[in-house]
Design a protein around this ligand. Structure first.
Ligand code: ADP
Ligand code: MG
Length: 680
């Protein structure tokens, strides 16, 4: 009898070549195949009309290939197919041109006379309507009812070695032969909607509504597992004993009084929240979320002083060496006068205040190498992790595992839309720094469509002549064939000529790490006036004297990314300028850039980003540690999330250790944790 664990070979009817192809995508069992859910659906009962103008969203067309050819441009070659509307056939039928770059083998797949279904976004190219890289499927109409036509058809993620229609056939046959009873899961999240029906309807729905309903059921399953995981972790932390810290505050007071500025209300509130956690006998597990420049470091400092005054050690982990050094300098400046021993440990540098060391460091700052070397931290009471998204959930779990659990404070500058916080950081308590410190120069963001280069250069030169520094940001490292955007390396040469009296540096992802660090250091120390860069400067670098950022081809960056970039400036007393340069060709891009020009609030921007791109993309670029999300469309569905959480809480209330009734779920959680450990 076929069950979810039956291997594909055992099924007996999948040809060995296909078994291998599926296997290399990780699909080895009937269950894995059925859980290869459709990515989207096409309603092939009615197709869109052939577009006569560019713009709008993707369209799904049915037509006949009229003509194909290989074309050679100056830099690219591409395969082109003209497809004609088959329904209104004859003279004057609507046509569309499809182009695929650097895919010459398509000439073997797609030929004149074939009927095809196309899916893609139309745009205009030299007066004709084209679709670049459409998804397509050759129609083979055998007559009679078909799973490929005249119905809502599933479209899967591409698998190499298996065509869409073949995959559809495999799913169909599997659903025909598998016993419905075998499709029940470990835990039934919705007894009113049998799982075997949901499987059938997710692959072969009768309507788009039915597809959505079945997807919601599977999304609920997925969220349930995630929430169970979160609730489980939280319960384990609640089980642990931690140190009671933060009763005494003399050091914190002295620090506060030594600051030339007052802490913001948000900083004070966050410090109170952190202290509240630290005084509990269970370990703190808190996220400090604050826009770039909101002063997270000072909250961390305060927390670390509370730990030190309680006789513990505190560690700060930064994602890069330069950030670790930067923190070290800040800490040294504020803590040396208070007599606190601070040390820096990175792969290349090893430094400490109060040399030679009069004892163990009370505060240790370093990169993630710290994770593996705890010899110096026998009394570790607090760990602060800077820039969470570079560390990942798994590494965090690993850190917290060691010995007696320290308090953990995670800091992130990536504003998460409120609706997503629960998904991503469900196991953390959250403090928000939603206020900018006073005394900053104004930050102006301007959007410029194809400005004159001489004017741009003049503006940069003026700022540099006043002693300021500038970031000149580009999207690409090297000249690219497909995208005709100017690259950072090309631009660097040009800027050197435009600014002969100034020092112009270059950093990008392909510069080796040491060189990169050294360039960043020279920029920080004022040896470089203008820095041509890609997004490598995104995270955490603090150069208050840099007050100008020009972002070229701004339309190519994501909203959140642009906001992160912009956060590098506006940190000093001088008025700052962020200039977004774009070609103005896409209305969508203009809308995106207008958002950035109109607000500096990271949370507003995050919400807009979510609205414009959808949760899948937003989370995808965030390295959220959530793994592959199969139903990203539901991520912002708070009601569904609450339902999932309520289910998870109920299960744990019934069976807190998942020992008897829900032993299968416990096995699953432990497997997940193992997986995390392997990945970390
Ligand atoms: P974040 O890590 O959140 O990006 P930082 O902690 O690095 O921000 O602080 C950014 C800058 O603001 C630093 O130069 C810091 O000295 C300054 N700063 C922090 N808090 C305040 C405050 N309350 N008032 C004035 N300046 C502050
Ligand atoms: Mg920071």
């Amino acid at each position: 009898m076929t069950t979810l664990t039956t291997s594909l070979e055992e099924l007996g009817w999948i040809p060995p070549k296909e078994v291998v192809a599926l296997g290399s995508a990780g699909i080895r069992t009937a269950g894995a195949l059925l859980e290869w859910f459709p990515r989207r659906y096409e309603d092939r009962r009615r197709f869109d009309a052939f577009p006569v103008a560019p713009g709008g969203g993707a369209v799904c067309l049915r037509g006949r290939v009229n003509d194909t050819r290989n074309r050679f441009g100056p830099r690219v070659r591409f395969y082109e197919a003209v497809v004609e509307d088959a329904s209104g056939a004859g003279i004057g039928a609507a046509r569309i041109t499809c182009r695929w770059f650097n895919m010459p083998f398509l000439s073997k797949v797609l030929a004149a006379g074939q009927e095809v279904v196309l899916y893609g976004k139309p745009k205009e190219y030299r007066g004709t309507i084209v679709i670049d890289h459409p998804e397509f499927e050759v129609v083979r109409d055998a007559g009679g009812p078909s799973i490929h036509l005249e119905r809502v058809v599933p479209v899967y993620r591409n698998l190499s070695g298996i065509a869409q229609r073949r995959l559809r056939e495999l799913q169909y046959q599997l659903l025909e032969e598998i016993d419905p009873a075998a499709l029940a899961g470990e835990f039934d999240v919705d007894a009113s909607y049998p799982r075997h029906e949901a499987f059938r309807e997710v692959h072969f729905p009768e309507s788009l509504e039915q597809a959505a309903a079945s997807r919601r059921r599977f999304a609920l399953e997925e969220f349930f597992r995630q929430q169970l995981n979160v609730a489980w972790r939280r319960a384990r932390i609640d089980d642990c004993s931690g140190r009671v810290q933060g009763r005494r505050t003399a050091l914190l007071k002295a620090f506060h009084e030594s600051l030339p500025f007052d802490l913001t209300a948000a900083q004070k509130r966050s410090i109170r929240e952190v202290r509240g956690d630290m005084m509990q006998p269970r370990p703190m597990n808190r996220l400090l979320q604050g826009d770039v420049g909101s002063g997270k470091t000072f909250v961390a400092l305060a927390a670390m002083l509370l730990a030190v005054e309680s006789g513990s050690q505190a560690a700060l982990m930064a994602p890069t060496q330069i950030l670790a050094e930067q923190h070290f300098l800040t800490f040294r400046r504020w803590l040396e006068p208070l007599g606190v021993r601070v040390a820096l440990r990175t792969a290349n540098r090893d430094e400490a205040t109060h040399l030679p060391l009069e004892g163990r460091p009370q505060i240790l700052i370093g990169t993630h190498a710290l994770l593996y070397d705890h010899d110096e931290l026998p009394e570790l009471g607090l760990v602060v992790i800077d820039e969470q998204h570079k560390f990942g959930v798994a590494q965090r779990a690993r850190l917290i595992e060691r010995g007696e659990r320290p308090d953990v404070l995670v800091m992130t500058a990536t504003p998460i839309p409120r609706t997503l916080t629960m998904t991503i950081y469900g196991d953390l308590d959250v403090s928000l720094l939603d206020e900018r410190p006073a005394g900053r120069g104004k930050l102006v963001t301007a959007l410029r469509v194809k400005p004159k280069q001489t004017e741009v250069t003049k503006f940069v030169r003026e700022q540099l002549d006043q002693g300021r520094q500038a970031y000149l940001v580009y999207p690409l490292v090297e000249e690219s064939e497909k995208l005709k955007a100017e690259s950072a390396s090309e631009a660097h040469e040009k800027w050197c000529k435009r600014l002969p009296r100034h020092e112009v540096g270059l950093v990008h992802g392909k510069v080796d790490p040491e060189e990169k660090e050294s360039v960043m250091r020279r920029f920080r120390d004022g040896g470089i006036d203008a820095l041509v860069a890609t997004t490598v400067i995104e995270v955490g670098v603090d150069v208050p004297n840099a007050n100008l950022m020009i972002i070229h081809h701004a339309e190519r960056f994501g909203l959140a990314q642009l906001h992160q970039l912009r956060g590098r400036i506006g940190r000093g007393e001088h008025k700052s300028y962020c200039i977004l340069i774009t070609d103005g060709r896409s209305a969508e891009a203009m809308e995106k850039l207008e958002v950035l020009a109109s607000t500096a609030d990271g949370f507003v921007i995050a919400e807009e980003d979510l609205r414009l791109r959808g949760p899948g993309d937003v989370l995808g670029t965030m390295q959220s540690g959530l793994g592959d999300l199969r139903f990203p469309e539901f991520l912002a569905d708070t009601a569904l999330l609450r339902e999932a959480r309520a289910l998870a809480d109920r299960v744990l209330a019934e069976d807190p250790r998942l020992g008897h009734r829900h032993a299968a779920l416990r096995r699953w959680i432990l497997e997940e944790e193992d997986g995390d450990r392997v990945r970390a």
